[in-house]
Design a protein around this ligand. Sequence first.
Ligand SMILES: [Zn+2]
Length: 75
Amino acid sequence: MAEFVKICPKCGSINLGTENTHYHIWNCCLDCGYGSKTLGRKEHFFPEVSLEELEEVQNQLRIAHLKETTKKENT
Ligand SMILES: [Zn+2]
């Protein structure tokens, strides 16, 4: 049976925590702060990936993030 973990779509971390609001519990990333309620009132989506796919997804996020950073530096 495949195990699934929630992953931060911004930095690829699986180091997620929860924050309580008065009506429900949100996930937030403990590494980059993605999803934290201090950033806004909107709940953020955390995709679930299987443990087998985790490393590949993290690599893809890293590449995407690098491209974004490079683009910003060039403009
Ligand atoms: Zn993150």
